[in-house]
Design a protein around this ligand. Structure first.
Ligand code: FES
Length: 583
């Protein structure tokens, strides 16, 4: 907000508060920790003003006002509670419940449902009126997520967040007498599986495929004589603690491994090690492209499957910019089913790899035929952070009380560079640490590249490598990619290297992460990962003892590098819904 905005005092519930021109009543209330009920307000989206649960009275003015979109004025005297407010909120809540069919057992808010709490506070009978949407369908969006129109209260947050992500796949359509949220039927709109609709919907109308129905199924394969292996993504260590009431950004790596072992799983690997391999391959490819006048530049990162789908569907003309390096999850799964399987003497077909991932798009990534190694699928199942937390809760395992256990040493311990992959800018920073050393023979003077860190949607900087300026850009939120893609249409050499993540803040803000989420939470989760990096003795992928041995023993064979570490991309058409994906 501009420094020139006028400040003045207002009163809320008879107490004076400083306010600024342009703020809303809700802004001032939130800043001063005054609670106002609200449902369709989310700090990440534009104001919807649709739920009418944030009603307040303003002395001297007739009627009730919505706090989320009423701007403050000097000397405003506001009441957040009165008989008239309660009556109106009660009616509005009753109307909301006519839209929302409760299916509380399989709802991501089952342990903290906002509307049920409001119903209790305002003494609302949730079934007073019949459910208007009881015959509405469940829409499958590919192998990653589902939208249950029976639960949707049409608040509009998902439509806005989908637009902010850049897909614009969710929209309003007239259904009978009402405007309702629907997936777009337009041929030029498709879901990119980022799952931001899941983490932003206040009533649990979106969920990952199999989020409640299939979490235990992969574990059962152990009973069928299979070797079940778990691997977890870099960001999980700083987010899953929230599901067990731990502070945002708590690092729980050892406890997470301990908890997986309590489920009877012997082998647990850290995908951050796969990230170290991704870093080496990506740094090599960047250097190759920079040295080849005919190569396509800038090079784009490709480890975010939501971003990859965005580019393949919406901007296929930019596909040659994507690095061919596979994502850390796919590389790690591939190493487990090739290198590790051989060492252990296990037939890869008898290994089941289960990933714990921050993201529902990772469910889509493992189904991409481009990621197969011959007839071997590197990863068999993906559980999101939320799903895995649910699995632990079902098994009465409280992460807070689990004893920390070290990772399986065979596939190594990650470097700090592998861990920061979970935050926006982390892939870029890791690759540049290694690329700089590969080019100059020296370490970067300052390993922390602060210019590419942070949750801002677009960051750009230049890194000096031996007198040559490497122009880099970092994007989170696929819609922000438009800034760079438009710039490249004008000036194709505006950048050399670009990191793109579909979700806000990168994987720490992924669609499979705990709810709720906002910028403050994203910052704390990212900081947790940076703290792990700072404390790590080894902070460069190329200095990892495991990675060095891997390149001597297994990846010295170019065929293995090609099969396990690289992939292809191609133009994608709109998915046809519904498809019979397994629930
Ligand atoms: Fe203000 Fe919904 S929060 S109308």
């Amino acid at each position: 907000m501009s420094k020139n905005k006028k400040t003045f005092f207002i009163k809320i519930n008879s107490n004076p508060y400083r306010a600024k021109e342009g703020q809303t009543v809700l802004d001032v209330a939130l800043k001063n920790k005054i609670f106002i009920t609200r449902l369709c307000y989310h700090p990440d989206t534009v104001i919807q003003g649709s739920c009418r649960l944030c009603l307040v009275e303003i002395k001297g003015k007739k009627g009730l006002f919505t706090a989320c979109n009423t701007q403050v004025e000097p000397d405003m005297d506001i009441l957040t509670d009165s008989e008239a407010i309660s009556r109106a909120k009660k009616t509005n809540l009753e109307l909301i419940f006519t839209e929302h069919c409760e299916e509380c057992n399989d709802c991501i808010y089952r342990y903290g449902c906002t509307i049920k709490k409001f119903a209790k506070d305002y003494d609302v009978k949730i079934n007073k009126f019949p459910d208007r949407k009881k015959d509405h369908p469940v829409h499958d969006f590919g192998p990653a997520l589902q939208f249950d129109a029976k639960k949707c209260v049409d608040c509009g947050i998902c439509v806005d967040i989908c637009k902010k992500v850049g897909a614009c796949f969710l929209e309003y359509e007239k259904v009978g007498d009402f405007y309702e949220v629907v997936p777009s039927s337009k041929p030029d709109k498709d879901c990119i599986y980022c799952g931001q609709c899941i983490t932003h919907c206040p009533v649990g109308a979106f969920e990952g495929v199999g989020e409640f129905e299939a979490i235990e199924e992969p574990l059962r394969q152990k009973d069928a004589g299979k070797t079940v292996v778990f691997q977890f993504a870099p960001s999980i260590r700083s987010t899953i603690g929230e599901e067990f009431d731990m502070p945002h950004g708590s690092i729980v790596t050892g406890r997470l491994i301990g908890a997986i072992k309590q489920l009877g799983i012997e082998h647990v690997f850290d995908v951050s090690v796969g990230a170290d391999v991704t870093t080496i391959e990506e740094a090599k490819e960047l250097i190759e492209r920079l040295g080849d006048k005919k190569a396509t530049l800038p090079m784009f990162t490709s480890c975010c499957p939501g971003w990859v789908k965005f580019l393949e569907f919406y901007h296929p003309e930019f596909i040659p910019h994507l690095t061919s390096v596979r994502s850390p999850q796919i590389i790690m799964g591939g190493l487990i089913k090739t290198y590790w399987a051989k060492e252990k003497g296990i037939d890869p077909k008898d290994i089941i790899v289960i990933s714990i991932m921050p993201c529902v798009a990772k469910k889509y990534e493992i189904e991409r035929p481009e990621n197969m190694i011959g007839d071997i699928k590197p990863v068999d199942h993906v559980l999101t952070t939320r799903e895995f937390a649910q699995l632990l809760k079902k098994n009465k395992i409280d992460l807070k009380n689990v004893k920390a256990v070290n990772p399986d040493p065979f596939l190594g311990v990650p470097t700090g560079a592998g861990v920061i992959y979970g935050a926006s800018g982390g892939v870029m920073e890791s690759a540049l640490r290694t690329a700089y050393k590969m080019i100059t023979g020296k370490k970067l003077p300052q390993l922390e590249l602060e210019q590419v860190r942070g949750i801002e949607g677009f960051k750009k900087t230049e890194i000096d490598i031996n007198g040559t300026k490497l122009k880099v850009g970092v994007i989170n939120g696929a819609a922000n990619a438009k800034i760079i893609l438009d710039e490249l249409k004008e000036n194709p050499r505006a950048y050399d290297y670009v990191e793109m993540m579909a979700c806000f803040g990168g994987c720490i803000g992924g669609g499979g992460q705990p709810v709720p989420v906002n910028d403050e939470i994203r910052k704390k989760r990212a900081q947790g990962l940076y703290n792990v990096d700072t404390r790590n003795n080894i902070r460069m992928a190329d200095e990892s003892v495991f990675v060095k041995n891997l390149y001597k023993e297994f990846l010295a064979d170019h065929d293995n590098v090609h099969k396990v570490c690289h992939t292809k991309f191609s133009k994608k058409d709109k998915e046809v819904y519904p498809k019979n994906y397994k629930k």
